[in-house]
Design a protein around this ligand. Structure first.
Ligand SMILES: Nc1ncnc2c1ncn2[C@@H]1O[C@H](COP(=O)(O)OP(=O)(O)O)[C@@H](O)[C@H]1O
Ligand SMILES: [Mg+2]
Length: 581
C-alpha cells in the first residue's frame, strides 16, 4: 500500500472526553470516528486491524471444527418472547417496530436465532456435535457506553454456539473452544489469563472469561501466583483467615463518636485498627402481593469488616436475595433502625430486619459497630453475649490481596483485566424454552445441550492498545498491526535516489508477500515518524540520501531505543527475518 492512496488522518490532540489511553490513541491515529454515544465508524486504518483480528479468530474457529454462518442483525421479537428474554433483557435490548407495528430487536447476541435454526436442522443424534459461529454487528444500549470501542453500543462480536447430545459431550465442545481461545489470544501476541467466571442462574463451573491484563481494565482478577487458580473477583471465594471466634475480652460500651460516620473515621478516633470495625449496609427486597397479604418489603442488614468491600454478585445468590434486591431508602432505614446511616449496627431491641454477616465478621469478637444512635458507636460487641447470632453467615465480600487462596496454594494477588472473550456452558436453558430437541438412537426426543462462546472483536483493539503503548502512541503486536512494516523515505518528493530505492524495496517486499506501506507523501521526517509511531506500526525502514551513499538504510523496531544500519543488499532478508521472528 502507498500512503498517498490510503487514508491517513492523525491528530495532535485527542478530544477531551476520551478517558482511557486506547480511546485517545484510536481517535488521534484516525482508527475510529465517533458518530454517536458508543457508535463509531471504523476508519480505514482501524478496519485493517479489525480484519486481522477476524482472520485469526476465523482461522482458529475453523481449525477447532466450528462452522461459520451469518445470522441477521434485526430479529423478530417472537423468538425472543419464546425464550423469555424479550421481557427479561431490560433496557440494553434495542426494540423496534416495523411498518406493520410488529416487534423486532437488534441482536445483542444470537441464542434465540441459532436455537431456532438448530431445532429445525439438527434433528438427529447423527447431526451432533455441531458448533455454529458468526462474526456480526451487535447492539447493546449500554447505560454507560465508554472507553471508545471497549464498551460501545454498536460493536462486532464473534459468537459461537455448540450443540451436543449430553452434558459430557458438551464438556468436550466447551474444552475445544477454551483451547481455541488460548491459541487465538496467544497468536495475537497478548498477555492474557483465563479466569473462572460467574455462571449466574445456570450454575456449575463451566464459565471462563479471557482477560487481557491491563491496569485500566474494568474487571478485577483474583489469582494465585503459586497455582493456576484464577477467578473474576465477582466469583472468587473470600476465605476467612480464621473461622474460630476468640472469646470475648471486653465489655460492651456505648461510645460517643460525633461526626464519625465511616469505619475509617471511627477507627482513627478510637485509635484502633480498621480490622476491628464492622460496616453496615442496608438492602431491601420486595415481595409481590399474594391473595392473603399485600406487597411486603424485607429489610436486610449486611455486615462486612470495616476494611472489606461488599460483593453484590455474591449477595444476589443468597436465599431471599436471589430474586433481586435494592438499597433501602432513607425512610425504610429510619423505620427499621431508628437512626440514619453512619451509625447503624445489628444491635436493636426486637430486630425488624434480617442480619447477614460475612464469614469474617461472624468470626470476630470485641468488634466496633454503629449503636443505632446518632453520633455513637458500640465497642466490645460480641455475638451471642450481646446480640443474637446472625440470621445467615455467608461469603458476601470481595477478596483482598493476601487472602488465602481457596485451593490452599497461598496468598492471593489481584490484577486488572479487560474481558475480551467468554466461554459459557448453557445447558438446556434455551433448548428447553424453545423446545429444541434431537432424536436419539432409540428415536426418543432429547433436549440439545448448548454452549455459547463470545469474542469482542472490536473491543480487542482497545484491549491490545491498553496493553501495548508508550508516550508516542500504539505499539501493535505483529499479528494485529495495520501494516507490518512502514518504509519512510526522507525526501521522496525531492531525491531521485531515495525515491528509486524506496520504490524498489517496496516492490521487493510486496513480492515477498509482506504487508508493507510506503510513505510517499513527502512529509517532513519529524511529522512522518510521529505519525507512524502514533499508529504503532511495529517495524520501520528509513531511507535517506545520506544512508544510500553508503548503500545502507536504517531499521528500527517500534520498541527499539535506536536505529540499526542495514546494508541495501541484505535488507530484504533482514526484514523477512524480523517479521518471521
Ligand atoms: N458493549 C460492548 N462493547 C464492546 N464489546 C463488548 C461489549 N459487550 C460485550 N462485549 C464483548 O463481547 C464478549 C461476549 O459478551 P458477553 O460475555 O455476552 O458480554 P457481558 O460480559 O457484557 O455479559 C465479551 O467478552 C466482550 O469482549
Ligand atoms: Mg461476559
Amino acid at each position: 500500500m502507498k500512503a498517498s492512496q490510503f487514508f491517513i488522518s492523525t491528530l495532535k490532540e485527542a478530544p477531551a472526553d476520551a478517558e482511557v489511553i486506547s480511546h485517545r490513541l484510536m481517535l488521534r491515529a484516525g482508527f475510529i470516528k465517533r458518530l454517536s454515544a458508543g457508535i463509531y465508524s471504523y476508519m480505514p486504518m482501524g478496519l485493517r486491524v479489525i480484519r486481522k483480528v477476524e482472520a485469526i479468530v476465523r482461522d482458529e474457529m475453523n481449525r477447532a471444527g466450528a462452522v461459520e454462518l451469518l445470522m441477521p442483525v434485526v430479529q423478530p421479537a417472537e423468538l425472543w418472547q419464546e425464550s423469555g428474554r424479550f421481557q427479561k433483557y431490560g433496557p440494553e435490548l434495542l426494540r423496534l417496530k416495523d411498518r406493520h407495528e410488529r416487534d423486532f430487536v437488534v441482536q445483542p447476541t444470537s441464542e434465540e436465532v441459532i436455537t431456532d435454526i438448530a431445532r429445525q436442522e439438527l434433528r438427529s443424534y447423527r447431526a451432533l456435535p455441531k458448533n455454529f459461529y458468526h462474526i456480526q454487528t451487535k447492539f447493546r444500549d449500554e447505560r454507560r457506553p465508554r472507553f471508545g470501542v471497549m464498551r460501545g453500543r454498536e460493536f462486532t462480536m464473534k459468537d459461537a454456539y455448540s450443540f451436543d447430545r449430553d452434558v459430557a459431550c458438551a464438556g468436550l465442545s466447551y474444552q475445544r473452544m477454551y483451547d481455541a481461545y488460548v491459541r487465538i489470544f496467544t497468536r495475537m501476541g497478548l498477555v492474557f489469563r483465563a479466569v473462572a467466571a460467574d455462571t449466574g442462574a445456570i450454575g456449575g463451573d463451566r464459565s471462563h472469561e479471557f482477560q487481557v491484563i491491563a491496569d485500566t481494565g474494568e474487571d478485577a482478577i483474583v489469582y494465585s501466583p503459586a497455582s493456576d487458580y484464577a477467578a473474576n473477583i465477582e466469583l472468587a471465594e473470600a476465605v476467612p483467615s480464621t473461622t474460630t471466634r476468640p472469646a470475648p475480652n471486653e465489655s460492651m460500651r456505648n461510645t460517643p463518636t460525633p461526626g464519625k460516620a465511616t469505619c475509617e473515621a471511627v477507627a482513627s478516633l478510637l485509635h484502633i485498627p480498621l480490622e476491628r470495625t464492622v460496616k453496615s449496609l442496608v438492602l431491601a427486597t420486595d415481595e409481590a402481593a399474594t391473595a392473603g397479604s399485600g406487597p411486603k418489603t424485607v429489610i436486610w442488614l449486611l455486615l462486612v469488616r470495616g476494611d472489606h468491600a461488599l460483593n453484590e454478585v455474591k449477595v444476589g445468590k443468597l436465599p431471599g436475595l436471589d430474586n433481586g434486591f435494592r438499597f433501602a431508602t432513607g425512610s425504610e432505614i429510619a423505620r427499621a433502625f431508628g437512626c440514619q446511616p453512619g451509625y447503624l449496627g445489628p444491635m436493636v431491641e426486637g430486630r425488624r430486619f434480617k442480619v447477614v454477616a460475612d464469614r469474617t465478621v461472624a468470626a470476630m469478637s470485641d468488634f466496633v459497630c454503629g449503636a443505632n444512635v446518632p453520633d455513637h458507636h458500640l465497642t466490645g460487641v460480641n455475638w451471642g453475649r450481646d446480640l443474637p447470632e446472625p440470621d445467615l453467615v455467608a461469603d458476601i465480600r470481595n477478596v483482598e490481596v493476601g487472602d488465602p487462596a481457596p485451593d490452599g496454594s497461598g496468598p492471593l494477588s489481584i490484577q486488572r483485566g479487560i474481558e475480551v472473550g467468554h466461554v459459557f456452558f448453557l445447558g438446556t436453558k434455551y433448548s428447553e424454552a424453545m423446545k429444541a430437541t434431537y432424536l436419539d438412537e432409540g428415536g426418543k426426543p432429547q433436549l440439545l445441550q448448548m454452549g455459547c462462546y463470545g469474542i469482542g472483536i472490536t473491543r480487542l483493539l482497545g484491549a491490545a492498545i491498553e496493553q501495548n503503548h508508550d508516550a508516542r502512541g500504539m505499539i501493535w503486536p505483529d499479528a494485529l498491526a495495520p501494516f507490518s512494516i512502514v518504509l519512510c523515505p526522507i525526501g521522496y518528493d525531492r531525491s531521485d535516489a531515495v525515491r528509486t530505492a524506496a520504490d524498489n524495496l517496496y516492490g521487493q517486499l510486496q513480492s515477498l508477500g509482506v504487508d508493507a506501506i510506503l510513505d510517499d507523501r513527502g512529509e517532513r521526517p519529524g511529522a512522518m515518524f510521529a505519525d507512524w509511531e502514533l499508529i504503532g506500526v511495529p517495524h520501520r525502514i528509513v531511507l535517506s540520501d545520506r544512508g544510500l551513499k553508503e548503500a545502507t538504510v536504517e531499521y528500527q523496531g517500534r520498541r527499539d531505543a535506536g536505529a540499526t544500519p542495514v546494508s541495501l543488499a541484505e535488507v530484504r532478508a533482514f526484514v523477512k527475518a524480523k517479521l518471521d521472528a
